[in-house]
Design a binder for this molecule. Structure first.
Ligand code: SAH
Ligand code: SF4
Length: 394
């Protein structure tokens, strides 16, 4: 049998995409500098610290700004890597001050992030961990969008960087101390698009980067990861990130939770509650937040409020009641305000804090569960054709 090799394709010139540095942990950054021959191994730690501070403390987007690094080395860095921001496709500001960005991190990959003022200590950024979601919670808009892919650590960190750019929150060169009290971005919640525990490695790297004391320095206690209940990943989440845990509960019995959060058929309430009780570091100072979306006539009766208290008995917890945010095409409705208040009163009486989450940014579809980008799964070959020199997110 004779085989003819078509070598014409092999010779097609391909411009390698520059690798972005902002998604690398300190260790990965050091190794990347050595691998790219930027500096000898014995100097790598020092160089990595310099570059790290420029990227994560000062937020620079150009190697040219790294003035304590020689010109020659800056040019070599720029040839091998990038520190540029991804493109912001759309920026919207709600009348209540909520800001939403649609960020294109790669061809066909559009990510939403939402900044909500006056939440947490000063303001919270709601970040996405995936484009779309594999889970199909019936009340969630993101759940109607097929999973396109997991976000890289760089793409998660980029959401924080874009927000700090917009809030003008990077210190000026020479200002070595950031006044934590002045910060408008004080908390991060992984409550945007996607299920963070299906992308734990990248989420953990992103948390390591944004909590680093020589960088953005957000305390891990101000970073909350929300999950629909991927039980086997709870322990690794706690051990690897020390982040605060939020659980999307929404129902107090398996029959209803199977419908609202279909992942419950895999990890039922008994398994979920056992996993939560074993969450590393859980204490009165580090409570788990139970999120409970208020759906009219579905899960909002006084009996269910009492069942909720029974279910979580003994767990250091807060309960966050979320008025359902409608989206085009949903059949669910939000519970009446009176019903929500009655539900909250029962929980308060049992000794739990149960703030009702004020819907924010509804007018720009930025509220919980409303995020859905137009990104769709496109064949990799089509993407390469569309943008052969795309910036690769590391
Ligand atoms: N996938 C993760 C994190 C993203 S969703 C999770 O499910 O926890 C963030 C929160 O918004 C979850 O509690 C989710 O249940 C809730 N949510 C989803 N759709 C909503 C809607 N339409 N109205 C109010 N909350 C919603
Ligand atoms: Fe996915 Fe969370 Fe939406 Fe469920 S609620 S579909 S897990 S993003």
């Amino acid at each position: 049998m004779s085989v003819t090799l078509d070598l014409s394709r092999v010779s097609t010139p391909v411009t390698p995409a520059p690798v972005t540095l902002s998604g690398m942990t300190r260790t990965a950054l050091r190794e990347a500098l050595i691998a790219a021959d930027i500096c000898p191994p014995e100097k790598a730690k020092m160089r990595a610290t310099q570059v790290w501070r420029w990227i994560h403390f000062y937020g620079v987007t150009d190697f040219a700004a790294m003035t304590d690094i020689g010109k020659n080395m800056r040019a070599r860095l720029a040839a091998a890597f990038t520190v540029a921001r991804p493109e912001i496709v759309e920026r919207q500001v709600s009348k209540d001050g909520t800001r939403k960005w649609l960020i294109r991190t790669a061809p066909g990959i559009e990510v939403e992030a939402v900044y909500i003022p006056d939440v947490g200590r000063a303001g919270a950024l709601c970040v996405s961990s995936q484009v779309g979601c594999t889970l199909n919670c019936t009340f969630c808009h993101t759940g109607t969008q097929k999973l396109v892919r997991n976000l890289t650590a760089a793409e998660i960190v980029a959401q924080v960087q874009v927000c700090r750019d917009d809030l003008e929150e990077w210190p000026k060169f020479g200002e070595d101390v950031t006044d934590q009290d002045e910060r408008r971005l004080s908390n991060i919640v992984f409550m945007g698009m996607g299920e963070p525990l299906y992308n734990l490695d990248h989420v953990a790297d992103a948390i390591e980067i944004i909590s680093d004391g020589e960088g953005i320095a957000l305390s891990r206690r101000r970073i909350t990861v929300s999950t629909s209940g991927v039980v086997p990943q709870l322990e690794p989440l706690g051990t690897n990130t020390q982040a605060m845990l939020a659980i999307s509960l929404h129902a107090t019995n398996d029959a209803l939770r199977d419908v609202l959060v279909p992942l419950n058929r895999k990890y039922n309430l008994e398994a979920l509650m056992a996993g939560i009780r074993a969450y590393p570091g859980l204490s009165n100072a580090r409570r788990v937040t139970f999120e409970y979306v208020m759906l009219k006539g579905i899960n909002d009766s006084p009996d269910e409020a009492r069942a909720l208290i029974k279910l979580i008995e003994g767990i250091p917890a807060k309960i966050n009641l979320i008025p359902f945010n409608p989206w085009p095409g949903t059949d669910y409705e939000c519970s009446d305000w009176k019903t929500i208040e009655r539900f909250a009163a029962i929980i308060n009486k049992a000794g739990y804090a149960s703030p009702i989450r004020t819907p924010r940014g509804r007018d720009i579809l930025a509220a919980c569960g409303q995020l859905k980008s137009e990104s769709e799964k496109v064949r990799a070959s089509a993407l390469r054709k569309a943008a052969p020199t795309a910036v690769a997110a590391a």
